[in-house]
Design a protein around this ligand. Structure first.
Ligand code: NDP
Length: 283
């Protein structure tokens, strides 16, 4: 008979035997981080720099990228380079990967993190914005992953995809954003199976984040929700560790996994809480 205790013991045994993070493994690692001019991506660039990695960062704003690379070098990055790119463009995702491959001589980590700005509001039928967001948040991710796969295969590398609890459970006010994140989880979860079937060397980590205290997120939810926000620097470190230890799933903060399980077990109750207690809605 399967009891709660046996499930707990199996879970703890799994956690116990999970690979430990070795910071030395990141020394000299060749890393490309997207969306690294601000927020979690910027914090990831600084952590990789402290670990002595070789980093290429990208986003649209060249001036800000330049400042971030300068700080990365001062923190200990072996190399820090930037390339400005717009992920809504059809050619820029390939251009960025090619730049990183050329400058670093290959890739060990591709960290896909960028998102386009999107309103926090009820869906009013804005198709143009939704199509654009799909390009930035989804199509560019799969394009870059495909371009980088041969190099990651050679280096026994890792693909890290920054996703959200909103890719696991539906919520109001973020319909286009949430759709792009569901698409990412569907694509990269399926790709994980295909890589396993092909006995590929490449690992995939899909990172499920709760609310994180980045400026862009806080600007949207201030006064609208009481959901606690967690520090971007800690989220960034957890994502890096998930990639380095080749974990398929990361949940940060930890209780996002509990929230997800609750939603699966008690969908009616969870929906009731989402619709009645999670947000202040004042049209
Ligand atoms: P930010 O809004 O702080 O940063 C977004 C980054 O993407 C910036 O570097 C921005 O730079 C870049 N970017 C925006 N548009 C484009 C574009 N068209 N082309 C290229 N780059 C672009 O995001 P966060 O740090 O808050 O989020 C990072 C990741 O974490 C995202 O994947 C997000 O979904 C996920 N996440 C965040 C949560 C949170 O509460 N913060 C919660 C759950 C998940 P620039 O403007 O210079 O282009």
């Amino acid at each position: 008979k399967i009891s709660i205790v046996s499930i707990l013991v199996a879970y703890l045994a799994f956690k116990w035997t999970a690979p430990r993070f070795d910071p030395e493994s990141l020394k000299g690692a060749r890393v490309l981080v997207t969306g690294a001019s601000t927020g979690i991506g910027e914090q990831m660039a600084y952590h990789y720099a402290r670990f002595g990695a070789q980093i290429v960062i990208t986003a649209r704003r060249e001036k800000v990228l330049q400042q971030v690379t300068e700080k990365c070098l001062s923190l200990g990055a072996q190399k820090a380079l930037y390339i400005a790119a717009d992920m809504a463009s059809e050619s820029d995702p390939d251009k960025v990967v090619d730049f990183a491959l050329e400058k670093l001589g290959g890739l060990d980590y591709l960290v896909l993190n960028h998102i386009g700005p999107t309103p926090f509001a009820m869906w009013e039928g804005d198709m143009e914005h939704t199509r654009w967001l799909m390009k930035v948040n989804f199509f560019s991710y799969i394009q870059m992953a495909w371009r980088a796969l041969p190099s990651l295969e050679q280096s026994k590398g890792s693909l890290v995809v920054v996703s959200s609890l909103l890719a696991k459970m539906t919520n109001p006010f973020t319909l286009p954003y949430s759709s792009t994140k569901f698409a990412l989880n569907g694509f990269f979860g399926s790709l994980h199976h295909e890589l396993a079937i092909k006995k590929s060397n490449v690992s995939i980590s899909i990172c499920t984040l709760g609310l994180i205290d980045t400026e862009s997120a806080m600007d949207k939810v201030r006064g609208v929700t009481k959901i606690p926000a967690y520090p971007a620097t800690e989220a960034a470190l957890n994502i890096i560790i998930a990639g380095a230890t080749r974990q398929l799933d990361l949940y940060y903060p930890w209780f996002t996994q509990v929230v997800h399980i609750m939603k699966e077990l008690f969908p009616w109750a969870t929906n009731y809480v989402i619709q009645n207690y999670s947000y202040n809605y004042n049209p």
